[in-house]
Every structure is written in C-alpha cells, then in structure tokens.
Design a protein around this ligand. Structure first.
Ligand code: S3P
Length: 168
C-alpha cells in the first residue's frame, strides 16, 4: 500500500482547506482531485457537469485515482465529495493510502455552502433538503471506506491536523 494521506467527506467539510494546511505542516504536496480533473479537461466542474454529465465526471474521477496510483506517493490527496461512493473508487483509494473521513453535520454544510454556486449537485430548489438527503445516503459509504473518522464540526484546523498527525 502507498503512503498517501487521503481526505474524504461531504462537500463543505473542509477537505481542500485541511489539505492545504496539512501539506504545509507535513511538507507534502497536495493533490486535489477536482482541480486535477479541471486542469486535465480544461473546464470547471460546473462546466463538466453541464456539458458532459455527472456519469462522465464520475468516470474521470476513477481515471484520476488510477493515474495517481501509478504516479504518486507521500502526498496529501483531497478528493471530490462523491469520489469514494463508487465501489471501484473505494477499492482504489485503499491502494492509494490511509483514508481520513472528515465528518460534518448537514446544518454546518448548509451554513458554509448556502451561497455557493460551484457545486452543481446543490443548485436549484431546496439546497437544505438536498444536503440532508445526500448526506444521509452517503454517510454509511464514507464510513465504510474510511480508516479513520474525524468529527470536524466544532474543531479548528489546528485541532483537525493534530488529530490526523496523531493517527498516522
Ligand atoms: C461532488 C463534490 C464536489 C465536486 C462535484 C461533485 C459530490 O467536490 O467533486 O461538485 O458529488 O459530492 P467537493 O466535495 O470538493 O465540493
């Protein structure tokens, strides 16, 4: 198994923000799978969803993980919120390193993302209901995929990073 640190969890749980700080703390490069895909496709996630559809984006996530397994080690990897949900991806992530689930409540996600326009799955009517339903459906899958669960709700970044470092 490889020695990457992989951050998974729902949109708005802080995977990227935690990843940036962790990469400074541990002096390791951060790879963000959404940014990796955007760079490769030369399109934003919203544009990808609109022009190619979600199913195609999910396939790109699998391709991304396969490529990272081939090429990367000792990195911090922040994943898109839906990436670990495909069974194949969950299996591939386990090959890539230790998986940390940043667990958050739907209320906090809503407060953080209520004005966000970059997450196609949360646009339109009733974002609060969408967050609640999606999180309820996904939580068991995140938990099954994770080596470690970190409740991030009330914690600051320093505490979250200390916890990840202790668990390593
Ligand atoms: C998604 C989460 C997003 C992005 C895409 C789909 C999801 O990433 O990959 O909008 O299905 O949860 P973040 O978790 O970084 O927002």
């Amino acid at each position: 198994m490889k020695n990457n640190i992989i951050l998974i969890g729902f949109m708005g749980c802080g995977k990227t923000s935690t990843g940036i700080r962790l990469s400074y703390a541990l002096r390791r490069t951060l790879i963000d799978t959404d940014k990796w895909i955007e760079k490769k496709q030369k399109m934003s996630i919203s544009e990808l969803f609109a022009s190619k559809g979600e199913a195609c984006f999910r396939k790109m996530e699998t391709d991304c993980i396969r490529e990272l397994i081939r090429t990367e080690d000792n990195r911090i990897i922040a994943t898109g919120g839906g990436l670990p949900l495909r069974e194949e991806n969950a299996r591939l992530l386990a090959e890539l390193g230790s998986i940390y689930y940043l667990r958050i409540t739907p209320e906090i996600v809503y407060e953080r993302l209520k004005y966000d326009t970059t997450r196609p799955l949360l646009q339109g009517e009733d974002p609060k209901g969408k967050i609640r339903a999606l999180l309820e459906q996904r939580a068991p899958l995140y938990e099954a995929c994770a080596d470690h669960v970190i409740d991030v709700g009330e914690k600051n970044f320093g505490e979250i990073i200390d916890e990840i470092c202790r668990l390593q």
